[in-house]
Design a protein around this ligand. Sequence first.
Ligand code: NAI
Ligand code: 15L
Length: 275
Amino acid sequence: MTDPQARISSARKPFHRLLLTGAAGNLGVQLRGALGAWADVVRVSDIAPLSAAASADLADRAAVDALLEGVDAIVHLGGISIDAPFDDLLEANIRGVYNLYAAAVKHGVKRVVYASSNHVVGFHPVTSVVDVDAPLRPDSLYGVTKCFGEALSRYYFDRFGIETVCLRIGSSFDAPKNRRMMVTFLSFRDFIELVRCSLFTNRVGHAIVYGVSDNPTKWVDNTKASFLGFRPQDSSEQFAHLFEAVAPNADFDDIAQRFQGGPFAAAAPLERDAS
Ligand code: NAI
Ligand code: 15L
């Protein structure tokens, strides 16, 4: 199979062929350059138009199967990244991740880096600190689909030996957009480093790690994932001036303030699901 966006160089790199799903998205765009330094060939894919990328709907089993041909490892960012009607989440995030692992077995893929989310534990209160063994408390149907991905990847490790690092990403944008993201912020540089650690650490088995920068306040504890060697370099502190003028919200009944998932925890059922 030809790789439309293949980056090929004469010097052999640590990976021969890496697959990046969700390559047209916010984080995919950030990661593409870095992956090129680590693999002879980077196969990029998305359902959205992306110049010269392999266009594939993750819900299409045959398309996903073709995408994995000859791949050593996968960085799986593709899918719906916010809360959405169940039928949409079912296709992109549940059927999609199943298709990926089913094809991974067939094609002998060794490792997956899976973009999970802080929303698998979003109903833990902001007064607690959760570690990687904390009970799942998803705050939305979106969060539930990420729990499915984590459980599925656990099964595929125990049954078939495919290693996965589940990245419980906080809020990865160029800057925090609100006060909550001062706590959940993950800089793009730290995100790329987290993916690098997840791809290059020897023997990860099935691992879970929180994706947050070295922010002044933390709701998560990565001590049990320290074997990955992830040491964030950035902090949301540099953005503190953006929110200083805003007084704390004193409404203790406000769900979006009480729980780590913020607005996801407070969202009303989406229109199509409510009927
Ligand atoms: P994004 O929404 O910008 O990118 C997701 C990409 O997946 C999009 O380009 C979209 O076209 C593609 N996609 C959606 N449905 C698809 C389908 N059926 N088949 C193929 N491709 C499909 O999201 P972003 O910010 O880049 O996040 C990447 C991943 O990380 C997502 O899985 C998201 O859930 C996860 N994540 C991101 C966080 C963040 O703060 N950026 C926080 C927590 C998790
Ligand atoms: C996520 O899981 C979303 O993909 C992202 O868009 C943000 O909303 C982030 O969580 C967050 O919690 O801020």
